[in-house]
Design a protein around this ligand. Structure first.
Ligand SMILES: Nc1ncnc2c1ncn2[C@@H]1O[C@H](COP(=O)(O)OP(=O)(O)O)[C@@H](O)[C@H]1O
Ligand SMILES: [Mg+2]
Length: 336
């Protein structure tokens, strides 16, 4: 709101204040007090502060009393009127304070929970390494003393330990997203996507995947976090196209949108849209580990990263037809 409208609003409030205060001092009673409260609310809406309101009151009083100097009792009455007009400020102030308290409490609780899960995850690693290590030693050193079934059981123990280690690593990565400080820089998203694609391709040279990566896409954000987001999204696209004979993976953006909407699209296994919001929850998976391995933490990580950039992420998919993930990295403002 411009300074002109502000001062205009102040004048209007001041005029009405003076007139209603006059009515009150002439005996208008409760009705005038109700109007005082309304005036106070209007003042808060126009950004008029308490000090400004005191000035309004003072000016009105001086004006009214100069007409009736013989009635000092009016000053006391007027003070009551003024207090009523301030009640509105108090209400909005109290709501403000309560909101701020709630926000701080929520942030503290969140931080505590984060640091708790971080240390739990961290401390679970050591005993797990021991389970895996000794199962491995047992298989290596005592293989002859075990029969086939014994060896098979040990194999399961090791697989479970390794899966749990992966879960812990993913949880720690998820936790790190909110724990680390953001360093905002200009990031070449196209190059980042290409690097991630090359790494995926290098890890499995036999897979023939057609990559389409749009050039010249930039973003402002934390390079490390954005890389983790693309690793998860492109990693998913890579994984869920694993059984497709002609896999296609695309990274691009809807640049005519504001803010830019980036997307990762594939023609893989897809998913049922009924569960499109579940996907972003920790441990939520729509495919079994027999079908596609995974821990179900990747998209939760992506969502946190996107949120830390004030953006949003959503999924679109169709069973057997593939999936698309769209995300922004800025707050959506009203249409520019
Ligand atoms: N590109 C995709 N195509 C089909 N389904 C997907 C895709 N990406 C994610 N999903 C679904 O969302 C679930 C959660 O993804 P994510 O959190 O990355 O876990 P994970 O990759 O470990 O399974 C996946 O298990 C899968 O069911
Ligand atoms: Mg994943």
């Amino acid at each position: 709101m411009s300074a002109v409208t502000e001062s205009g609003a102040r004048d209007i409030v001041a005029q009405r204040y003076s007139s209603v205060l006059g009515d009150y001092l002439s005996g208008a009673g409760e009705a005038a007090l109700a109007q005082a409260y309304e005036l106070g609310r209007e003042a808060t809406r126009h950004g008029i502060g308490v000090v400004e309101m005191a000035m309004v009151h003072h000016e009105a009083l001086v004006q009214l009393l100069s007409a009736t100097p013989e009635r000092p009792a009016l000053v006391v009455e007027a003070a009551r009127f003024f207090a009523e007009s301030l009640a509105a400020f108090e209400v909005s102030l109290r709501a403000d304070v309560a909101l701020r308290h709630a926000k701080v409490a929520a942030e503290n609780a969140n931080r505590e929970l984060e640091s708790f899960s971080y240390s739990v995850a961290h401390d679970l690693r050591a005993p797990l390494r021991s389970i895996d290590g000794f199962s491995h030693a047992l298989l290596e050193d005592c293989a002859e003393q075990l029969d086939d079934q014994g060896r098979e059981y040990l194999k399961y123990i090791r697989e479970s330990a390794q899966r749990m280690a992966q879960l812990i690593d993913d949880l720690l990565a998820l936790s790190r997203v909110t724990r680390t400080e953001m360093h905002r820089v200009r990031v070449d998203m196209s190059m980042l996507a290409r690097t991630v694609a090359e790494e995926l391709q290098a890890a499995d040279k036999h897979r023939a995947v057609t990559w389409t990566i749009q050039d010249g896409l930039w973003a402002t954000g934390d390079a490390r976090l954005l890389r983790a987001a693309l690793e998860n999204l492109l990693g998913n696209a890579w994984k869920f196209t694993g059984k497709h004979p002609e896999a296609r993976i695309e990274f691009g953006a809807l640049v005519d949108k504001h803010p830019i909407v980036y997307f990762v699209r594939d023609n893989g296994a897809g998913f049922d849209m009924t569960y499109k919001d579940k996907l972003f929850g920790v441990f939520q998976r729509l495919h079994s580990t027999d079908e596609f391995e995974g821990t179900g933490i990747g998209l939760a990580t992506v969502q946190r990263i996107v949120r830390r950039h004030s953006g949003r992420v959503r999924a679109e998919g169709e069973t057997v037809r593939g999936a698309s993930f769209y995300f922004t990295l800025e707050e959506e403002t009203a249409a520019p």
